[in-house]
Design a protein around this ligand. Sequence first.
Ligand code: SF4
Length: 389
Amino acid sequence: MKYIDEYRDGGLARSIAATIAKEALADRHYRFMEFCGGHTHAISRYGVEDLLPANVEMVHGPGCPVCVLPVGRIDDAIRLGMRPETTLCTYADLMRVPASGGASLLKAKAAGADIRMIYSPMDAVLIAEAEPARAVVFFAIGFETTTPSTALAIGLARRKGLTNFSVFCNHVLTPSAIRAILDTQGRPETERVRLDGFVGPAHVSTVIGTAPYVALAAEFEKPVVVAGFEPLDVVQAILMLVRQVNEGRSVVENQYIRAVTNAGNRIAQREIAEIFELRETFEWRGLGDLPASALRIREAYALFDAERRYRVVTTPAADNPACECADVLRGLKTPADCKLFGTVCSPETPMGSCMVSPEGACAAHWTYGRFRDRAKPAAPKARPVQAAA
Ligand code: SF4
């Protein structure tokens, strides 16, 4: 299949990996974070780490939208779904994310709440149109990739004159999360992850372009290579990162030129800007409260804002104390470092958000990586830390 098969050529992947092994300096250990859950999934699925030399290590990042949603916001969504007049529409991934007290959207649905799984926000608009007696709420999550479709759904609902459609907005911003990982000032050493660069997101970057990473790469002196989601994209991006590190460069490079431009998708950016504005702060699972890291619906579209309409006030709620998702999302631990991994926590019985979506580091490792763990010597538990900034 065009644009798929040629990016999964095993011989070519091995050849690029051999170049990485040749160019990676023997006396240096390289640690690159793949920000995006799509890359985490691709790296696990295609065994990219098995191709890399021992001194080139991949660190999973927080770019899985389901994973970074804090418990308090899932609690809010469950409360919205339990209202007798509402129909809560959500992506299937969110149904099994654990909320407070062992609750989940799936359990709320089993208890009688009208919670429906949809493929697109447009489905929620169509449900609102078809069922005017129901108050339809779309549970919107995701990075910049999914924000344009939520904006279009709100615009369509307005044009249709729908008064029974609203959005519970949880859209978050990628550059803010990258900054939170890199800006380690004031944090204890145990919370600092040593990184040499980033594999930048694919789909997010089709919307925002490569420009928003330029200041981050310069300020923190970390190279960023935006890459596609196929295995050859990833190994090529790793080679580009190794070369930047060896040459002492920290710039943004674009491996995914078949889809990503410097400026991104201006039409999508315009749609987002029309409907949404920056929140002052937003809580992320694992990263805490981050300033200017998420979007809310503008006053002009208040009718479509479920937070205003139902006076949602989020109460912060703690994760399962045994779950290591927070450290996994920061790159401080691996899924296998968690005592619950593969024991009480599996995709059938997830104890944390990282085990739910296929893009979550724990779910990806469960599906593809755990078989390799047995073949490997035990990895050191302590993760290298970054020198004080
Ligand atoms: S294995 Fe389960 S409990 Fe452990 S960090 Fe991952 S999601 Fe959380």
